[in-house]
Each structure stands twice: as C-alpha cells, then as structure tokens.
Design a protein around this ligand. Structure first.
Ligand code: GUN
Length: 297
C-alpha cells in the first residue's frame, strides 16, 4: 500500500484536546461554559448512537451538554417552541437538531428556525449564504473536518484540482465551497455525471461523499492524489457479520493514491470533533471574544 494513511482518529483527538484547552481558558478567564443542545425526535437507532456519542464527547471536553429527546409524534409547533426556547437561552451556544427528522416535520423550516449564530451544523440558509459568499459563517462539521485534514497534509491547497463526488447539502456542496475558498479548482460530480471515471482521474484531491459502498475503484484515482472518503456504509461481511466500508474501494485506491483516509478511523471521528470546535467558536463569537486558532475555516 504506497499511500500514506491520514489518521482521522488521531487528528480528531488533537482537535478535541485543543477544544478542551480553550474551554478551560473560557471558564478560568471569563467564567463561561460553552453549551451544546442536541435535539433528537424519535428513536432512530443510528441517530441514538450519534447523539449519545455527541453528549459524551461534549462533557469530556468540559462543555455543558443539554439533550432533548422528543417523542416521534412531536408536533412541528412543539419542536419550534423548544427551538425558540433554546435560541433565547444564554447557556446554550450551539443547537443541533439531529437529522433525519420524522416525515411529518418540515426539516427546512425547523433548521431555519435555529438562531444562525447557534447553528453549529451550519445548515441554516444564512450560514449557507455566508459560506457561499466567503463571509464568516458556521461551517458544516464533516466538510470542515475534511478541510482541516487536507490543510494539515498539504499546507496550501491553492491551484489544486479538487473533485467532490456527491452534492448533498450536508457534505458535497459545502465541501466544494470550502475548497473553492482555499483556491482549488473545484468540480462537483455525482452519480449522474457523464464520464465520472475520467472526471475523478483529473483530481489532485478526490472527496467521495455519494453514500454508495466502495463505488470508486483505484483506476479512477490519479497516481499520487489525496483521497478523502466520507462514506460510512454498513455491508454484509464474512460469516453474516456486517462491516463498515467507505465510498471508495480502499484496497485498490490505496495502491494508487498518495494519501487516503481509512473507513473507519478517517473522516468519521472528525465530525463530532468539529461540532465541539463549532460550539466553542459560537460561544466566543456570542461573547465578543477571540476565536480559537485553527478550529474554523
Ligand atoms: N445526521 C447525520 N449527520 C448529521 C449531521 O452532521 N448533523 C445533523 N444535525 N444530523 C445529522
């Protein structure tokens, strides 16, 4: 395997340590405790796992964690009333509404009811617009984590050809904006892109975020390219056991790439680390304090 492994688990631990240091400083110097409220509607098992993990890591970083677990039948007006309460609560600096929401709730309406300054997911249309126009915003956690790893590996990304495969609001689109902000030449590709293999072969940086297990083989990768695999797909493994795989075929891509993130242990751990970073950033901004270095885009 000639490719260098980009160790997201170790990188995320460093980000969390930096966050914890900053939290200590905020408490000792300003009497502030950054607080993150997480709202979960219903009992989706994967969402429950994420929310538990978020709560644990928030507390470990020395921050306040407020969990609101609501019944699957919660009405839109009750959910909006809770968000209004959290918007007004000075102890809450970040609000995250776990997605997907049950079908009877309008996700866009709910997300856009969050105070943009507390929108640590960066999904509010104001934050999307600020990011798209190169202004200071809250940046979605997964693409922020990818950007941090890319900057750490390459230093400057200026002039590099970046191909993002996937056009979701959570990853693909904000990832493309961030790479553009770092002066990459950016292509957003997706499952319907013609000559997708050819497009991918032009990438110095290839970000795979399509949600299709092992869709990208090694012969789509330019020799020496950096491959960032955002996919987390559970597939049937040997003896009926399930295993996690990414959106790229790791074995064949690692033969060609210059650097690659593994699954698990690549992008995954960076998402919650960046959520904690965004909460500290939101707390600093809300109080007119200097933001931590290296934890924002
Ligand atoms: N569901 C899966 N990923 C995410 C995320 O990053 N934020 C929220 N709010 N929900 C999610």
């Amino acid at each position: 395997m000639p490719a260098t492994l980009i160790d997201g688990k170790a990188f995320a631990a460093r980000v969390r340590a930096k966050v914890a240091d900053h939290v200590t400083r905020l408490r000792e110097e300003h009497g502030l405790v950054p607080g993150l409220a997480v709202v979960l509607v219903g009992e989706d098992p994967a969402s429950q796992v994420y929310v538990r993990s978020k709560g644990k890591q928030t507390a470990e970083a020395g921050m306040a964690s407020f969990e609101h677990k609501l019944d699957v039948k919660t009405s839109e007006s009750d959910l909006l009333a809770l968000i209004a309460k959290l918007n007004a609560d000075p102890e809450v600096h970040g609000i995250l509404v776990q997605l997907p929401l049950p079908a009877h709730l309008d996700s866009d309406l709910v997300i856009n009811s969050i105070d943009p300054a507390k929108d640590v997911d960066g999904f509010h249309i104001s934050n999307v617009g600020l990011l798209g126009t190169g202004q200071k915003s809250m940046v979605p956690c997964t693409p922020l984590g990818c950007l941090m790893m890319l900057r750490d590996h390459h230093g400057s990304l200026s002039g590099m050809n970046a191909v993002v495969v996937g056009r979701s609001n959570i990853v693909g689109k904000p990832m493309a904006q961030l790479l553009l902000g770092d002066s990459c030449t950016v292509t957003i590709a997706h499952s319907r892109t013609r000559n997708l293999a050819e497009v991918c072969r032009g990438a110095d940086i290839l970000v795979a975020a399509v949600g299709r297990p092992e869709m990208i083989p090694g012969d789509w990768v330019k020799p020496g390219a950096t491959v960032i695999d955002v996919g987390i797909n559970r597939v049937e493994g040997a003896e009926g056991k399930t295993r996690l795989v990414g959106d790229v075929d790791f074995a064949s891509c690692a033969e060609v790439a210059g650097a690659i993130t593994p699954v698990p242990g690549g992008v995954g751990p960076m998402t919650i680390a960046c959520l904690l970073a965004n909460t500290v950033t939101a707390c600093c901004r809300a109080n007119g304090l200097t933001e931590p270095e290296g934890l924002t885009a």
